[in-house]
Design a protein around this ligand. Structure first.
Ligand SMILES: NC(=O)c1ccc[n+]([C@@H]2O[C@H](COP(=O)([O-])OP(=O)(O)OC[C@H]3O[C@@H](n4cnc5c(N)ncnc54)[C@H](OP(=O)(O)O)[C@@H]3O)[C@@H](O)[C@H]2O)c1
Length: 282
């Protein structure tokens, strides 16, 4: 674990954190195949110095937060828990929008209860594709929740640059969480804007996600070749590349495996030289 930290809602966090989306059962639905193994991953993350855990009530649903509470409560003082609101799951596991202001409030209340905290350190407003709820109304509710002390910082997720510009015109934004990795860079304008405005950027899918069809970064031939030359693993090279994009990038790779977790935390120590960066870029 590198010693470098970034301020997230006024709290220092290391550059490699942990995403809890891979802990529930297949398709992020239902209980884990091996509950003890899932709890062990969370405890090992803390042992390794992870102080930033990303979750959501709708992972499971209700599974990731319960596992986090069981494994880690009472939480270490330096742990920053980040959740998100805007969605729910139906009985078959489909992802549905729940993004009207009163639903966002309900989502925050659910997180407070399941995580066993009086305030969630950061909550991302996760915009749902096709929603007709005005962004200003959603943001207004998130700011109200922060003013009431239920949220430490308001983050944004799945946003376009104009959302971030609008939000920064009215309030402080703790972080932006959009998809981004070596092979998926449509989010570059938002990352560039975050860099310009000093907002931490927390990419999701840094390794290409567990969803079928997405390009898997550890399988990329250029990544494999650079990893071999540097004596690192392909995942570490993929993660190190994302970290190299800006000092404001914070990682939350998701895994259900202790071996992968240990690898991912080590990515912070991998230095990509100019040749490696050029090979990956090509
Ligand atoms: N805001 C949003 O809308 C949003 C959306 C998606 C995700 N997220 C957050 O972002 C986090 C990261 O995204 P993600 O988990 O979807 O995708 P990801 O981190 O890009 O990739 C996870 C996949 O990579 C595998 N993996 C992890 N470490 C590995 C390693 N060292 N070697 C080989 N394979 C490895 C995992 O399998 P194993 O379990 O076998 O390791 C899993 O299949 C999530 O956990 C979640 O907290 C947010």
């Amino acid at each position: 674990m590198t010693s470098a930290t970034v301020q997230l809602a006024g709290r220092p966090v290391h550059r490699v954190g942990f995403g809890a989306m891979q802990l529930p059962g297949p398709h992020v639905f239902g209980p884990p195949r091996d509950r003890d193994a899932a709890l062990a991953v969370l405890r090992r993350a803390i042992e390794l110095g992870v102080d930033h855990v990303d979750t959501a009530q709708f992972y499971g649903p209700d599974v990731s937060n319960e596992l986090i509470h069981t494994a880690l409560h009472p939480y270490p003082d330096d742990l920053v828990l980040v959740s998100k609101v805007g969605a729910v799951r139906d009985a078959e596991g489909a992802w549905l929008g729940a993004d009207r202001p009163e639903q966002l409030r309900e989502g925050v209340e659910d997180n407070l209860r399941s995580l066993g905290v009086e305030r969630v350190d950061v909550v991302n407003l996760r915009l749902m594709d096709g929603s007709d709820v005005p962004f200003a109304d959603q943001l207004g509710e998130m700011v109200a929740l922060r003013e009431e002390g239920k949220i430490g910082g308001v983050g944004l997720s799945n946003v376009e640059a104009h959302h971030l510009v609008e939000a920064l015109g009215t309030t402080e934004i703790a972080c932006v969480q959009n998809p981004y990795n070596l092979r998926q860079r449509e989010g570059q304008p938002v990352l560039d804007l975050c860099i310009e405005r000093g907002v931490p950027y927390v990419p999701f899918f840094p390794l290409g996600s567990a969803f079928p069809g997405a390009a898997k970064i550890p399988d990329d031939p250029a990544v494999v070749s650079v990893a071999r030359r540097l004596g690192a693993t392909p995942s570490q090279v993929g993660l190190a590349w994302v970290l190299a994009q800006s000092d404001l990038v914070l990682l939350i790779p998701g895994t259900s495996s202790i071996a992968h977790l240990e690898e991912n935390v080590g990515a912070g120590d991998v230095v990509l030289d100019a040749d490696a960066l050029a090979e990956l870029e090509a």
